[in-house]
Design a binder for this molecule. Structure first.
Ligand SMILES: O=C(O)C[C@H]1C=CC(=O)O1
Ligand SMILES: [Mn+2]
Length: 374
């Protein structure tokens, strides 16, 4: 059998407005930029991939423009001509030509997996060993910046049975203001919803000690990345001090990070993201280390559109234990997308598409409409 080879790779910047302002500790988003990867193979198969960041360069080291540059200039030329059906060999080549740049690598690996799944007529989750669930639980992030509006949003999503867990983005305002905001929302929702917070590294250890004590007393269920990512010893002291679980997000990018966090007792829960890990295989390796160390797992997002979100869902659907569910709501934050059918959300979950590959098809007209270089 002749192996199909990788013939061309395109990285396209797509700008999509959000349904409302999304306020995080480090930025306010009104638009999300998707880097859409289109990978064509010599057997006619086409694979799709996606990478996003949050607020350009304000969240992490990669930006949409930088991801496109890394793909166009370094990663795509290194992949052209390789066997399109050997995803791990392609990943190894990418790691040889570029350090880091995990978001770009994740988008390319996703496109290879999508093409390979279509080639074999099976979903991406089947390529990864098989899905153990056909839907993943999905929470919603309340981040309008306004307490009353957040409560209304939560009430309507609870009534629609779309979400029953809400993550609040804090760390923009003072600890006292943030705590008051969270407590008001938790009090309004009571036992009907789980409430978690994401501080996105914004607190010092003493601010965290004060803030978490109050949030724990108010019944908040989970505290995400309260301290800067390098401050693992501080995270370990917080994890030992409080009963409410502490989750690592920015602090965990790799299996080695997961191992070190486990050794230090610096997190009870790990937020997994295909973008941080550099792809689906690597996020599952990170998950395996955390799981083996007794840490609970959570499927995270970089607020991707449908393509990146569904890719992550295929990986998370294969995890034996996914105690904290996922936050794969990215497509719901966008007014539109570049696929023909967006993933379906109901009964507090997102259903995994069942078609070959990712199970998604590009909407050419929408791609033309929203691409930056139109
Ligand atoms: O977890 C993050 O830090 C990023 C992201 C996930 C949900 C959300 O609203 O922002
Ligand atoms: Mn986070």
């Amino acid at each position: 059998m002749v192996s199909p080879c990788i013939e061309s790779i395109e990285a396209i910047l797509v700008d999509l407005p959000t349904i409302r302002a999304h306020q995080l500790a480090m930025t306010v988003m009104n638009v999300q930029t998707l880097v859409i990867v289109r990978l064509r193979c010599s057997d006619g198969m086409e694979g799709l991939g996606e990478a996003t960041t949050i607020g350009g360069l304000s969240y992490g080291e990669e930006s949409p423009e930088g991801i496109k540059l890394a793909i166009d200039t370094y990663l795509a030329p290194a992949l052209l001509g390789l066997d399109a059906s050997n995803v791990l060999a392609a990943a190894q080549r990418m790691n040889r030509v570029a350090r880091g740049n995990t978001f770009a690598k994740s988008a390319l690996e996703t496109a290879l997996l999508d093409a390979q799944g279509k080639r074999l007529g099976v979903p991406v989750s089947t390529l990864l060993g098989g899905a153990v669930r056909d839907a993943v639980p999905v929470l919603w992030t309340l981040a309008s910046g306004d307490t009353r509006r957040d409560i209304e949003e939560a009430e309507s999503l609870l009534a629609a049975r779309r979400h029953d867990t809400f993550k609040l983005k804090i760390g923009r305002r003072s600890v006292a203001e943030d705590v008051a905001h969270v407590c008001a929302i938790k009090e309004a929702l009571g036992a009907r919803a789980r409430v978690t917070v994401d501080v996105n590294q914004a607190w010092s250890e003493s601010q965290a000690a004060t803030g978490i004590a109050r949030l724990e007393a108010a019944g908040v269920d989970l505290i995400e990345q309260p301290l800067p990512r390098a401050h693992r010893a501080g995270m370990a002291r917080l994890a030992a001090r409080f009963v409410v679980p502490i989750m690592a997000d920015e602090a965990v990018h790799s299996p080695e990070d997961a191992m070190d966090l486990a050794r230090q007792g610096a997190a009870d829960v790990l937020a997994l993201k295909i973008s941080k890990s550099g792809g689906l295989y690597e996020v599952l390796r990170t998950a395996a280390v955390g799981d083996a160390a007794g840490m609970a797992l959570y499927g995270g997002t970089m607020l991707e559109g449908s393509i990146g979100t569904v890719a992550a869902a295929h990986a998370f659907a294969t995890l034996p234990r996914l105690e904290w569910g996922t936050e794969l709501f990215g497509p719901l934050l966008l007014v539109d997308d570049v696929v023909r059918q967006r993933p379906a959300y109901q009964e507090f979950s997102m259903a995994l598409p069942t078609g070959p590959g990712l199970g998604l098809a590009l909407d050419e007209e929408k791609l033309r409409r929203y691409r930056r270089d139109r």
